[in-house]
Design a protein around this ligand. Structure first.
Ligand SMILES: [Zn+2]
Length: 518
């Protein structure tokens, strides 16, 4: 029957009386009519929001939710969705919207916060929970402020107090955790790491840690905290809190010979003495103990052993949990992704997911948006990696240069919006690692020239550095001037532009190849 209906609908004439067809016809016949109708609906929507805002204390929540959805649908219809965020709209009408929607998720919510690795950890977590038969509501687009969480809940909300999903997976910006947690009341909160990042926006790492300490102190009974044992700043938060779960790397063979220059966690949170490190893995993450008071890295419940970083091809490790051990071959590269994998495995364990399901999911999950993604442009393979602070840059540089090969690179540095205006962090990242490994590098973006200066001081020969602030032409020249792999890195808004330029270059190359073929 279904097949017959489909065939009938496809082969039969379209109904001439469909209202949308009349509207389209009218718009074509009277060119000004469309502008008049759009303006009239705009005014109606604006008036409706004013009325609803003034009556907000009396208006039912369902009406506010429905209104937010209507406004967003209208904004998208008219191509203005960037200005209209359903979460922000809903929060303006109902400040407790998150607290009202979150309880609809019958399995509760998981919150992931960290300076680096939130998006990948959340993607791995959602994949694990999905494989275990759950239906995550996940802010996968990385919109991790209050409005982003509200948006994802509002989009999933259905009539009659229902929601399309049963568990929330939310990455939350480390500076906004204190505003999101009281509303979400999550069952699991993972705190991954704290590094210096956008100091003009967040202040020093101590400010983040102080805010997190208050949150842990005020935790609700139903929330379990999962902490990175290797980050003394984060692990210290749990030292007086029973019931925290810890994860960390147990294999000392992947330790650095010397600590990175970007190093934040020297001092014991209890007595102020300098920690003694037996192993440095990444910035201040490692194996440490305090000689003053005796406090030391907690023994991790979920850990990585026999770690083998296979350069740009992936990574191997043996995952150890209280439910057993499994060997993992990851599609993700670098030690930072070993940490992201452990974080997601620890959440899977806390949520009661079978270890085989956890392991299978971790083996399969590919890199997410801008975190080791691959673009094929003609014969060239381009990998793109987000680099936005010294600690993140250092682990990416370590992965890139791990094989000892000569590299063709494209670096994009911008200072717009989410990047913060201060790009001085590039002087704290160990770009010296590139000095012996750079065959060519194109520096692009609004602060591409500053990146070029940093590379010159890092020892990259000046003759191998090209500066082109225009990201599109920089992509074209970087793709054109070699034949092997091209490794691109960018900070946040640089990455948005870079991905757009790469997609454009891919279309141009494909169109040219098609033209030649014809
Ligand atoms: Zn101490």
């Amino acid at each position: 029957m279904l097949g017959e209906r489909k065939v009938g609908r496809r082969s039969g004439p379209a109904a001439p009386s469909h209202p949308a067809r009349f509207v389209k016809l009218a718009f074509r016949r009277v060119p000004r009519l469309k502008a008049i109708v759009v303006r009239a609906v705009d005014v109606a929507v604006e008036s409706g929001r004013r009325v609803l805002s003034s009556a907000a204390p009396l208006a039912p929540f369902a009406l506010k939710l429905a209104w937010a959805k209507v406004e967003v649908a209208w904004a998208r219809r008219t191509g203005r969705d960037s200005r209209h965020d359903p979460g922000q709209l809903l929060l303006s009408l109902e400040p407790s919207a998150i607290a009202r929607l979150a309880p609809r998720l019958e399995r509760g919510s998981v919150v992931i916060s960290a300076t680096n690795g939130k998006t990948t950890t959340a993607a791995l977590t959602a994949a694990i929970l999905r494989r275990a038969g759950m239906a995550p509501v996940h802010n996968e687009r990385g919109d991790n402020l209050l409005g982003g969480v509200a948006t994802r809940l509002a989009v999933a909300a259905r009539r009659g107090g229902r929601i399309d999903g049963d568990i929330g997976v939310f990455e939350v910006d480390e500076g906004y955790l204190a505003r999101v947690l009281p509303q979400l009341a999550p069952r699991v909160v993972l705190l991954g790491n704290v590094f210096r990042d956008q100091l003009d926006r967040f202040g020093e790492t101590a400010a983040i840690i102080d805010a997190w300490r208050e949150l842990i102190g005020a935790r609700s009974r139903g929330t379990r905290f999962v902490l990175n044992a290797d980050d003394p700043l984060v692990a210290g938060l749990g030292s007086d809190v029973p019931g925290c779960l810890y994860y960390g790397i147990e294999d000392p063979s992947c330790a650095l010979a010397a600590p990175d220059h970007a190093f934040d966690g020297w001092q014991c949170h209890r007595c102020g003495a300098r920690y003694r490190f037996a192993a440095h893995f990444l910035s201040h993450l490692g194996h440490y103990a305090c000689p003053g008071c005796g406090w030391a890295r907690p023994k991790p419940d979920v850990s990585a052993h026999a770690v083998d970083l296979d350069g740009l091809r992936g990574a191997h490790l043996r995952l150890s949990t209280p439910r057993g051990d499994r060997d993992l071959r990851l599609r993700l590269t670098g030690l930072h992704n070993v940490y992201n994998t452990l974080a997601a495995a620890a959440i899977g364990y806390t949520c009661g997911v079978d270890l085989d399901e956890v392991a299978a999911s971790l083996r399969e999950t590919p890199p997410v948006w801008g975190r080791g993604e691959h673009f094929q442009i003609g014969a060239r393979e381009v990998t793109v990696t987000l680099v936005k602070n010294p600690a993140g840059a250092n682990t990416v540089l370590r992965t890139l240069t791990g094989d000892g090969a000569e590299l063709d690179l494209l670096g994009v540095l911008t200072d717009d919006g989410r990047d913060g205006r201060d790009v001085a962090w590039v002087w704290d990242a160990d770009f010296e690692r590139l000095a012996q490994h750079t065959r060519s590098i194109v520096c692009s973006g609004s602060r591409g020239a500053e990146l070029a200066v940093r590379l010159k001081y890092a020892g990259v020969p000046a003759g191998r550095i090209v500066v082109d602030p225009d990201i599109e032409t920089a992509v074209r020249s970087a793709v054109a001037q070699g034949d092997g792999q091209l490794h691109a890195f960018a900070n946040y808004t640089g990455m948005v532009a870079l991905r757009g330029a790469l997609a454009g270059a891919r279309r141009s190359v494909a169109a040219a190849a098609h033209g030649v073929g014809c």
